[in-house]
Ligand binder design. Structure first.
Ligand code: ACM
Ligand code: ZN
Length: 542
């Protein structure tokens, strides 16, 4: 720990020095890189002073006006006055824009003009904030040099997955994380709310889920006591907080594997031969919900109904990953009887029955399901003609090595796909060899900042071959991520590389430029109290 701290101090000094030497200009801190920029080098700058006013016609004009005032005050120290006339910062809501997230930002000496959809206007303010951050010399004088930006995201869904199931994250910590996500134009937060190690959302019709499932075993050790859950009221507060920052929260309830927390509360929902086994909420085990137990479906009918009523997102993620079919359904008399009755010869084919029923529940609640994409014996085998997933399910590719196959099969079969390939977006993997080995859970591969930056969510494919890719997701599995400081350490700065992969087209992206643009953002994150990892490897000794 002492070693880590002294490295950290040295790195701070390096960063502060190198920031001072770096070019300061109006694109020096833009992350993600906007998709079209016109520099107007010869033009005069806009002067922010007491003669500048904000005119805003958006539906949330009070919020946007305050956001701009706050942004300008933070960066320049100038508090814009409440006046009727002067140099204008004009915000025009254009609801007909084809993409609610697109915006234009035009700065000249007479005015700053922002036009866009509601989310786009919010993003324009984030871009303006980064212009002020990057162009310190001008900003300190209250000047903003002219620029014209036309911007829209490459992908509509730009997600991060947090895992409060493994280590609970208090509400205020999640809010802090949301604040950081918004700066880099992420728009989806997936919460992995249930797993072997914890059930973290209140379900009023089944209170034992949290009474038992939200309280880890008291034995301590690496996976030690770790308690807590979100009440429905707290979750609604969080959803509101996120939506004000244009972030949608998607709930994940992982089934039929990763389900020890519910089995600890209701052992009768497991295959009967395993019901008397001890349920240890401290570790990942291979127990599953029984595919042949009617109560499983009636309990999940209640759970999904309540979850659907809390979360306005049209999506519910139902897991479907790493189910230990051989250790459960293949040994269960009831499941084998159901398999034979259905004319199946593989226990994994029971996924058709299990998810057939669960997806019906999701539909009855007017939601759409997302599942992790499995292509091996966990689900029935997948090939060009046989793909076990219904087409109205969005899949997430994640397993190392399987993404090209996932892209191809989902395209052929008509499923939307979210890109979370382990090689690039699994941010629980260490960032450098031997970096904090005590937090390296199972010898996971090193995923450097540069590796994350190399991520092309389109995998180099043509628009036709990749048009079903709707988004990108960074994941922070939290078996070894104990608190928000550790979340931030694992996410930053790699999460900025992935933010750019999700927003900016490949033509706008460059690793050399990203390394430069990272510097002012790192200094700023530090000021905000974000415990990022210093990427020592990108600094060259001169
Ligand atoms: C996963 O990483 N088990 C989706
Ligand atoms: Zn069973």
């Amino acid at each position: 720990m002492i070693k880590a701290t002294s490295q950290f101090i040295i790195a701070v000094v390096i960063i502060l020095n190198s920031t001072a030497l770096l070019a300061q200009h109006n694109t020096a801190a833009l992350i993600p890189m906007p998709n079209k920029i016109e520099q107007k080098d010869s033009g005069k700058p806009f002067k922010i002073d007491k003669a500048a006013i904000i005119k805003c016609d958006t539906p949330d004009s009070i919020f946007i006006k305050n956001l701009i005032k706050q942004t300008i005050k933070n960066r320049t120290g100038i508090l814009l006055p409440e006046k009727e006339s002067g140099r204008e910062i004009t915000i025009i809501h254009t609801p007909t824009t084809h993409n609610n997230e697109s915006y234009t930002l035009d700065i000249n000496h007479k005015q700053i003009k922002i036009e866009g959809g509601q989310a786009g206007i919010f993003y324009a303010v984030q871009t303006l904030d980064q212009i002020l951050l990057g162009d310190k010399r001008n900003t300190e004088k209250g000047l903003i040099s002219p620029i014209h930006i036309e911007d829209q995201p490459r992908y509509n869904r730009r997600a991060v997955m947090l895992d409060p199931s493994r280590h609970f994250l208090p509400l205020e910590d999640v809010k802090f994380f949301i604040d950081q996500m918004a700066k880099f134009k992420y728009n989806v937060l997936q919460l992995h709310l249930t797993d072997d190690q914890g059930w973290r959302i209140e379900i009023k019709s089944h209170p034992k889920l949290t009474q038992t499932g939200a309280f880890r075993n008291k034995k301590g050790g690496n996976n030690g006591p770790d308690n807590g859950f979100y009440t429905q009221e707290q979750m609604k507060e969080l959803i509101q907080y996120a939506s004000e920052r244009y972030i949608e929260i998607v709930p994940e309830l992982d089934i039929p594997g990763h389900s020890v927390a519910i089995l600890a509360a209701y052992p009768q929902l497991g295959c009967s031969f395993r019901q008397s086994e001890e349920k240890n909420l401290g570790s990942t085990t291979n127990m599953m919900l029984c595919a042949s137990c009617n109560d499983v479906y009636t309990v999940y009918e209640d759970i999904i109904r309540e979850v659907a009523s809390i979360f306005p997102s049209k999506y519910i993620h139902l897991g479907g990953d790493e189910a230990a079919v051989k250790a459960n359904w293949a040994k269960c008399d009831d499941c084998l009887a159901t398999m034979h009755k259905a004319g199946y010869n593989e226990p994994s084919q029971l996924m058709n029955i299990f998810f057939g029923k669960m997806l019906d529940i999701v539909k009855r609640n007017k939601k759409e399901a997302i599942l992790w994409c499995e292509l091996d014996n966990i689900w029935p085998p997948a090939n060009d003609y046989l793909f076990p997933y219904p087409t109205d399910v969005t899949l997430v590719t994640w397993r190392n090595g399987l993404t090209p196959k996932c892209i191809e099969l989902t395209r052929k079969h008509g499923n939307n796909l979210i890109m979370a390939p382990g090689e690039y977006t699994y941010l629980d993997y260490p960032q450098w060899k031997n970096d904090l080995p005590e937090y390296n859970n199972w010898g996971m591969p090193v995923t450097t900042l540069e590796t994350c930056y190399k991520f092309d969510p389109g995998y180099g494919l043509s628009p036709e071959e990749s048009s079903h890719i709707t988004g990108v997701m960074a994941t922070l599995w939290a078996e070894a991520i104990k608190d928000i400081n550790r979340v931030n350490y694992m996410f930053f700065p790699r999460g900025l590389a992935i933010a750019e992969a999700a927003w900016s087209t490949m033509e706008q992206r460059s690793w050399e430029s990203f390394k430069e643009r990272l510097q002012p953002n790192l200094s700023d994150l530090m000021k905000c109290g974000v415990s990022y990892r210093v990427p020592f490897e990108i600094y060259e000794r001169k």
